[in-house]
Design a protein around this ligand. Structure first.
Ligand code: ADP
Ligand code: MG
Length: 340
């Protein structure tokens, strides 16, 4: 368990669970006569995010991380499979119930400047999630906003200033206050520092993790940056072309990566910076997977990594890669891990 981590993760109580989740998007037709094509952004993903944990989702740009996270928030409808929140199935068609469930969920976006209206006062930006709740009066809303703003290191005196008056790091603090104000227990942090100046990355990540520990929150933390994932995540999933290829306890996965893709990610990060952990942008633009794209047909067997895998066997052309246990806290989708 990490020093910075929470000790109240409850492995018996998934707050979020996906079961065979698939999300595909139709692509624009090239002509009225051409066949409709699809992007399988998320393919057959079954994960559990336990109450009180920081669960990281790692993978390169375009592999489906945001789509998977948005499906857990009910923002995106599954094409197949299910999402459960606190044991209850999310039903996108039941708008009333979904609205109630969403009170327990929030998302912090990559770029605070585009996720909040810069012309809003801090008070309005932070209090917005409460304003739609008719039962709360203005005084109570303002006092909750002041409390949230103070908990992210700003002062109640900042409430009357405009969002645009603040630096990127401070705007992300405002966005975090906004996520906290309604008392949500599940927070998706979608690459929460990658649009910010490197000098504030550690401050914002530490703030997020302190808040989680103090309030017993559950995070789905999306990141390219393996260094921060290693520092903060209790458990993780490595995603490749819409699928989870490795999953489980973060320390175990880093100590003993069992999927060739996880090894490639870790090695490329290490080698890119002369033995040190490289930055997120280096991984993003690195040579790990520049040419891979999510297949537009449903998965028809064979390992998706096979054309790039240094350890490829003949069987990889046809095997169906499912997550198999390495032990009860670590799973890999490569069936040949035992022979490596
Ligand atoms: N609304 C959408 N319509 C069509 N394609 C989409 C949509 N959202 C995402 N995609 C596609 O789905 C894939 C996964 O995207 P995304 O979940 O944003 O990946 P990531 O967050 O890992 O960068 C990409 O190929 C992306 O272009
Ligand atoms: Mg994304």
């Amino acid at each position: 368990m990490k020093a910075n981590s929470t000790s109240n993760m409850d492995r018996h109580a998934p707050l979020v669970k996906t079961n065979g989740l698939c999300v595909r998007f139709p692509l624009k037709k090239e002509s009225p006569f051409s066949k409709r094509r699809y992007v399988n952004a998320v393919s057959n993903v079954s994960i559990e995010i336990f109450k009180g944990e920081a669960f990281a989702l790692v993978g390169e740009s375009g592999c489906g991380k945001t789509t998977l996270a948005d499906a857990t928030l009910g923002f995106v409808a599954p094409t197949a499979g299910e999402v459960f929140f606190n044991g209850e199935k999310l039903d996108i068609r039941n708008k009333k119930r979904l609205r109630q469930q969403r009170r327990s969920m929030q998302k912090i976006f990559q770029d605070p400047a585009s996720s909040m209206n810069p012309r809003f006062t801090v008070a309005r930006a932070v209090a917005e999630p409460l304003m739609i709740r008719m039962e709360l009066d203005e005084k109570l809303i303002l006092s909750k906003a002041a409390e949230a703003v103070e908990s992210v290191g700003l002062s109640a005196g900042d409430l009357d200033r405009l969002v645009s008056e603040f630096s990127g790091g401070q705007q992300q603090r405002i966005a975090i206050a906004r996520a906290l104000v309604s008392g949500a227990e599940y927070i998706v942090c979608d690459e929460p520092v990658s649009a910010l100046d490197v000098s504030v990355h550690a401050q914002i990540l530490n703030l997020l993790m302190d808040i989680r520990r103090e309030r017993g929150l559950t995070y789905l933390f999306i990141s390219h940056n393996l260094a921060s994932v290693r520092k903060f995540a209790d458990r993780l999933a490595i995603m490749y072309l819409g699928r989870i290829v490795e999953y489980g306890d973060a320390e175990k996965v880093f100590a003993n990566p069992m999927h060739p893709y996880t090894r490639m990610l870790i090695d490329s990060v290490l080698s890119l910076d002369g033995g040190k952990i490289a930055s997120a942008s280096q991984l993003q633009t690195g040579a790990v997977d520049a040419d891979a794209s999510i297949p537009d047909a449903p998965f028809d067997g064979g390992c998706l990594l096979r054309n790039r895998c240094p350890l490829k066997k003949k069987e990889c052309e046809s095997i169906e890669c499912r997550l198999e246990p390495v032990d009860d806290e670590h799973f890999t989708a490569c069936p040949y891990y035992k022979t490596r």
